[in-house]
Design a protein around this ligand. Structure first.
Ligand code: CA
Ligand code: CA
Length: 281
């Protein structure tokens, strides 16, 4: 009986080991932003809440211009989205990635609704690598733009959209392989070079920057913004603008939460904050 119990115990241990092994992903995905514009921290009728701190973040980093507004609904986006319009001037929000650990692989996902458009008004998802890589919505056509790859703006058409019909846009960006894939409603619409970029500094959502004739422009909304970083190896930490290091502690330590003092000012040179500094020294 003792032998049988020992065998059963050994079998149990092996089962637990097998489960633990299977449950440990080879590539660990880290949710960096998960923004549904819900309350709190966001408020209907107000600009989106802004902030920084450890991921996952549920706020945008900054409002760069205009009056993006959290609304209870916009057309078929009925679960408290963020509204942009360019009738009274363009609106733009920014989600910083440069003050977070850097990854070789990112996914960006967002639900986009173009409610109305006139006179060439556009809505854009910008991936800034210092240079832009855009997903453009103009006159019913969705295009991808990578400088030097799909010139000129707005780039290569990859699909169409219908005003009033939301569309799920997901980009899977492999910086190490210099490739990005763009999915529209979960269907692969584009695969191509990311222009040799080695990092993504920020993601922005924007209506027209250039003023349009009075009374023309775009009314658009977004919801459920999710940005993840995937690290097949320990995430690279930027210790200085040109140098990279992989501190051993990043393999074991999770995100510091109580020590964040980094600036959320996108123009501030201290944006990396004490967290990044402390992990690079
Ligand atoms: Ca929402
Ligand atoms: Ca506006």
């Amino acid at each position: 009986m003792r032998t049988r119990n020992s065998i059963m115990m050994l079998a149990s241990i092996l089962s637990l080991w097998a489960i633990a092994t299977i449950a440990t992903p080879a590539n660990a995905a880290v949710v960096l932003y998960d923004i549904d514009f819900g309350t709190p921290p966001h408020t209907v009728g107000s600009p989106p809440a802004t902030g920084g701190g450890p991921p996952p973040r549920d706020t945008v980093t900054s409002i760069n211009f205009g009056n993006p507004t959290v609304v209870s609904s916009l057309g078929t986006l009925t679960d408290q989205p963020l509204e942009f319009d360019s009738f009274d001037g363009g609106d733009q929000v920014e989600l910083d990635l440069s003050d977070l650990p850097l990854f070789d692989f990112y996914t960006t996902e967002v639900e986009v609704l173009i409610e109305t458009r006139t006179a060439g008004g556009r809505f854009v998802i910008l991936h800034d690598t210092t240079q832009i890589r855009n997903i453009e919505f103009i006159d019913g056509v969705i295009s991808v733009f990578v400088p030097g790859v799909t010139d000129p703006l707005p780039g290569t058409p990859i699909g169409n959209y219908t005003p009033g019909v939301p569309i799920l846009v997901r980009a899977e960006i492999d910086l190490a392989a210099d490739n990005w894939e763009v999915f529209l409603d979960n269907i692969l619409a584009h695969s191509g070079s990311f222009g040799g970029a080695t990092e993504i500094v920020m993601v922005r959502f924007s209506t027209d920057v250039v003023p349009l004739p009075p009374g023309t422009g775009t009314l658009a909304g977004i919801d459920n913004v999710i940005i993840t970083g995937v690290a097949p190896t320990p995430a690279r930490i930027r210790c200085s603008p040109r140098r990279w290091r992989t501190p051993p502690e990043t393999r074991r330590r999770s995100w510091p939460s109580a020590t964040w003092t980094g600036s959320t000012d996108p123009t501030s040179s201290s944006r990396t904050g004490s967290v990044m500094t402390s992990r690079c020294t």
